[in-house]
Design a protein around this ligand. Structure first.
Ligand SMILES: [Zn+2]
Length: 264
């Protein structure tokens, strides 16, 4: 009996020692970690005072590009670093204006609600229109694809009436109308079909101009860009360029000419 008791006491003592050592170690460790926590906090202040904080903020943008020796050439790039990575030679970016005639370019078309459009934008246009109608808006597709011959007819008629100089400002000469790309459509309100500036006051235009980019469309001839586009403000003319480009263009308040210029 006394032998067992001795064993118990020894065992008890060992436990006590182990407990004491553990307690001591945790006691020692605790203040250390607290000191370690404190240390950076205190040292952070002096680090910030010399104001090197500006450098780390800028460095991620620069470091995105693998560092090469051609630093001078790469410096202008970060300015447009949020530009969508797109191929501007793709069909969505066909540019038709007075300076960029597209000749007798003829897309494959399909008719949607009486309007021929490039087959590739039929689905996005359906979704765009459906979303607007779901908001209770009375959307009307007024004019889609127009072929070279039709444009020539419209143009010649105006030339006969007003002469070439004036005609050019009213109707695009054949090969320079965006309607010939099949990527554009005039959209008006079923109950408000007049194609003039006042259309912008309709609930339809308000909604469509705010949401068009979600479906890949842009307001192609914005107010104030007449000098660049050569076309008056047209709050009815929507053009497909794909969601990425449309989002960038609408968020930055650009016209297509200005956007494409950023890739040159
Ligand atoms: Zn139009």
């Amino acid at each position: 009996m006394s032998g067992k008791r001795v064993v118990r006491i020894i065992f008890g003592l060992i436990l006590l020692v182990v407990f004491a050592v553990c307690s001591y170690m945790s006691f020692v460790a605790a203040p250390k970690s607290m000191e370690m926590n404190k240390a950076p906090a205190e040292s952070a202040a002096p680090v910030e005072t010399p104001a090197p904080s500006a450098a780390p903020e800028e460095s991620p943008a620069v470091s995105e590009e693998p560092v090469e020796s051609e630093v001078p050439e790469e410096t202008p790039e970060p300015v447009n670093s949020d530009l969508p990575q797109i191929d501007i030679t793709s069909w969505e970016f066909v540019l038709a204006n007075l300076n960029n005639p597209i000749g007798e370019y003829t897309p494959t078309t399909e008719t949607l609600e009486g309007q021929p459009l490039d087959t590739r934008i039929i689905e996005p246009m359906k979704e765009f229109v459906a979303a607007a109608r779901a908001e209770g808006l009375s959307v009307y597709l007024s004019s889609g694809y127009r072929d070279y011959a039709t444009q020539q007819y419209l143009y010649n008629r105006k030339v006969a009436q007003y002469g070439e100089e004036v005609a050019k400002t009213i109707v695009a000469p054949p090969g320079t109308s965006e309607h010939q790309t099949g990527l554009a459509c005039d959209i008006t309100d079923r109950y408000y079909e007049s194609k003039d500036r006042s259309l912008e006051n309709t609930a339809m235009y308000q909604w469509m101009s705010q949401h068009c980019q979600e479906y890949g469309f842009i307001v192609r001839y914005p107010d104030g860009k007449e000098d660049v586009t050569g076309i008056i403000y047209e709050p009815w003319h929507f053009r497909y360029v794909g969601v990425e480009a449309a989002t960038y263009i609408m968020e930055h308040g650009l016209c297509l000419e200005e956007f494409l210029e950023l890739y040159k």
